[in-house]
Design a protein around this ligand. Structure first.
Ligand code: ADQ
Length: 767
């Protein structure tokens, strides 16, 4: 039970802003208005009647005194005794309240007046004339100097009833008004006390009736969700919220039982199915994570809300990003929370008070939590340190990395922001965090500092260079140390793992265990494992009727019928070798002119990181190069390169993969490259040839592709010819083998391997 709070508690409660003044006023304002009006009305009446009473007293007193003075005044006036007159009025000089008397002759002329009213002149006063005329007493209220005076005036007659003069009693009435002021003061004081008391009572009422139960309930739910039963406040059945809590407990119990059943059934199913599917991954998650869920962190968000420049309407788009392509199906299968930067210009319109929303919007499967970065933070963290520093550092493409101290400071700050945001989402027990990529090298350690019990994995989506290359990074120690805060670090291929193990060994104080592929630093072990990433099955489906129509449309619009079509699909990035690709197409047509008019290369290119000069320049360079080569070969109807520079949805990309007799992936360096895998998945008819750069991670798996060195334009041109002339049977065999590989090593298997590795580690922590 919550007892009544002490005054101190109440004050703290009020002044620390727990109860907003506004809320209290909202509840009490009508009451306060009514009470104030009643008290003020009451005050007016009270003061009025008090004034009446005092004036009445004064009148009576003046009447009595005037009558008693009248006789003495009669003799003074009859005898014209001036000194007697002065003696008579002098008697009032020392009275407590300012009062006095004045004697007038029958012509109204002032004969004598009390000293304290010495400036009282025998002016032409109407009430004097009235008394002289009517020979009857009268009173009057008039202003004398700065005070109001009350006077009572009686005619003085001789024994025959002849008028001798007048006697006037004069009283200062200031004390009447002083009394009224005192009364008003006490009424206002009463009102203030009443208002404060009412506000305090309302605050107390609000707290006891609503806030305390709500706080208790919120805390109950929080601990309940985290599974911390010992910390859950006791809410009795008879309590206000008891009914609700009891219902929630029932639902949770049923859910637990259902989960356990699902988990057992899931474990049984995992062993039966050979190919990893979304449902098999779901089963694994149920079996391995149980009540817990995955918290994923990446810079790029899976869904952006942006305002369409043409229509002005908000649309939800999936960014062109390999990380998003890979992680979104995992999250759809596993549920959980994905923490990412909110970068769409309409993103803020779609989040709740905790910056979260359910996604995908049309079929909610997991939670997206958006973290907001200022322009300055985005420039330093994302464009600066991540993409002008680490990206070129890790890709051997001869683009010089730029390291600015200000960018580094921002990078650290943003890592801290994301780490804190992740920690907020972690359950009390069985917390699993899966960090994506080079943007968050420091977040792993930061999370572990706050939650050492959490199992934290980092997946590095890009290559890891050799030690000599990495050692040019001025912040190498901090970066390696931050990464080794994680329990598990994954790369696409063993070669990148080896580079990383070697880098840590040579640049950091640590022990590398080559047997276990792990690094021990300050007593903490980090496993380093290859997990070749892949794709889901969305590109691997039979051509639908709608798609056939779309394919025909594209062929007609781009004049591709009866042509050998090669496709390229990329973000505009210098690592993707788009320039080399165009040069190779040019060389191919130079060397093998019989393909002029018969061969078309279609390149879909999504603008990327355009704020960075290198990317902006590259985009212009490609535009100009394509134009130059097209004008070189243009014969009035045919041009060799169709360059489509915009974002395409996966559904829009798919028909181009289907149309492509050849897909060209010519990255100068690439962690994996998902386009190569998407193309293979889309070739359900087993036609098509993949030309794949030797410098992609994918080339280690897709060994049936035509491997190419994109720097060797001559070799590259020849490989296009080889692809054009490859027999249908050879294409079929190669494609079949590559498709089998991708079906077996799909993204669900990739995720299953990482999750299994993480849960294996987590068991160790809890032993
Ligand atoms: P990325 O460098 O983004 O990924 P990639 O693996 O090729 O490269 O994935 C690109 C994704 O964007 C693909 O799903 C593709 O369909 C899509 N895309 C390409 N062009 C597009 C366009 N014009 N419009 C819309 N979408 C487009 C990083 C690493 C890779 C690694 C992935 C995953 O650089 O090496 O394979 O992460 O780990």
């Amino acid at each position: 039970m919550v007892g009544p709070p002490s005054w101190y508690q109440l004050a703290v409660f009020l002044f620390k802003g727990k109860v907003k003044m506004k809320k209290i006023l909202f509840f009490t304002l009508p009451l306060l208005i009514i009470v104030s009006v009643v008290i003020l009305l009451f005050g007016v009446i009270q003061v009025h009647s008090q004034e009446d009473r005092l004036m009445d007293d004064l009148r009576r007193k003046a009447e009595t005194v005037a009558e008693s003075v009248e006789l003495s005044a009669k003799y003074v006036l009859i005898n014209n005794d001036m000194s007697g007159a002065l003696r008579l009025v002098g008697k009032f000089q020392n009275k407590r309240r300012a009062q006095g008397a004045a004697i007038y002759g029958k012509d109204g002329r002032l004969v004598a007046v009390t000293e304290r009213f010495k400036d009282w002149k025998d002016e032409d006063r109407q009430y004097h004339k009235d008394v002289l005329k009517k020979k009857a007493a009268k009173d009057n209220l008039s202003k004398f100097k700065k005070i109001y005076v009350y006077s009572y005036i009686v005619p003085v007659m001789d024994d025959k009833g002849e008028l001798l003069g007048m006697v006037e009693m004069i009283y200062d009435t200031s004390y009447v008004f002083a009394r009224s002021m005192d009364t008003w003061k006490s009424i206002i004081a009463t009102l203030v006390v009443l208002v404060i008391s009412l506000i305090l009572i309302a605050a107390l009422f609000l707290r006891q009736m609503f806030m305390v139960p709500m706080e208790k309930l919120t805390s109950w739910f929080k601990h309940f969700q985290n599974g911390e039963s010992s910390k859950m406040p006791c809410i009795g059945k008879k309590d206000d919220m008891g009914g609700l809590v009891s219902e929630v407990e029932q639902v949770a119990l049923s859910l637990k039982v259902a989960r356990k059943t699902v988990s057992d059934a899931a474990s049984a199913r995992i062993d039966k199915e050979e190919i990893w599917t979304e449902s098999k991954l779901k089963d694994l998650v149920h079996a391995k994570l149980g009540d817990s869920s995955l918290v994923v962190v990446s810079n790029r968000e899976p869904f952006m809300h942006v305002i369409d420049e043409k229509t002005g309407k908000v649309k939800c788009v999936r960014p062109a990003s390999g990380v998003v392509t890979a992680i979104d199906p995992i999250m759809r299968a596993c549920g959980g929370t994905w923490v990412a930067q909110g970068s769409g210009n309409a993103d803020r319109q779609f989040v709740n008070s905790k910056d979260k929303l359910g996604v995908p919007p049309e079929d909610i499967r997991y939670i997206l939590k958006r973290v907001w970065l200022t322009q300055e933070e985005e420039e330093g963290f994302y464009y600066g340190f991540s993409n002008e520093g680490l990206w070129p550092l890790c890709h051997i493409t001869h683009t010089r990395p730029i390291f600015r101290e200000t960018d580094w400071q921002m990078y650290k700050e943003v890592n801290r922001r994301f780490a804190d945001s992740v920690v907020e989402e972690l359950p009390a027990k069985n917390a699993f965090v899966f960090i994506q990529d080079y943007h968050f090298t420091l977040a792993g350690r930061m999370i572990k500092e706050k939650r050492p019990d959490a199992t934290v994995a980092l997946f590095w989506h890009i290559p890891w260079p050799n030690t000599e290359v990495f050692s040019i990074c001025p912040y190498q120690q901090e970066i390696l140390d931050g990464m080794l805060g994680c329990d598990l670090i994954g790369f696409h291929v063993q070669y990148h793992c080896n580079n990383f193990l070697d880098t840590a060994n040579r640049l950091l104080e640590c022990r590398v265990d080559n047997e276990k592929n792990s690094i021990v630093r300050a007593g903490k072990e980090t496993l380093v494992r290859p997990f070749p990433i892949s794709i889901d099955s969305q590109f691997d489906s039979a051509v639908s009727a709608g798609e056939s129509v779309e394919i025909e449309k594209i062929k007609n619009d781009l004049n591709l019928k009866d042509k050998i079509v090669a496709v390229g699909v990329d973000r505009i990035d210098y690592t993707k070798g788009i320039v080399e690709r165009v040069l190779a197409v040019d060389r191919f047509l130079e060397k093998y002119p019989e393909y002029k008019g018969r061969f078309v290369f279609v390149q879909l290119s999504a603008p990327s990181r355009t704020k960075i000069t290198r990317y902006h320049d590259l985009s212009e360079e490609i535009d100009q190069l394509v134009e130059k080569k097209n004008s070189k070969y243009f014969d009035g109807s045919w041009k060799p390169i169709i360059y489509l520079k915009r974002y395409f949805t996966p559904e829009e990309i798919k028909p181009y993969y289907r149309i492509g007799d050849i897909c060209i992936v010519s990255s100068l360096h690439d962690g994996m490259n998902l386009v190569a895998k998407e193309y293979v998945a889309a070739k359900t008819d087993l036609s098509g040839t993949l030309i794949l750069s030797k410098f992609t991670g994918a080339s280690r798996e897709l060994t049936d592709a035509i491997a190419v060195n994109p720097y060797s334009i001559e070799e590259f041109a020849d490989s296009i010819k080889t692809a054009c002339e490859m027999s249908a049977e050879e294409k079929r065999q190669r494609m079949e083998s590559m498709r089998r590989n991708i079906q077996e090593h799909n993204v669900y298997r990739w995720a299953a391997n990482i999750i299994s590795e993480m849960t294996g580690l987590q068991k160790k922590w809890t032993l």
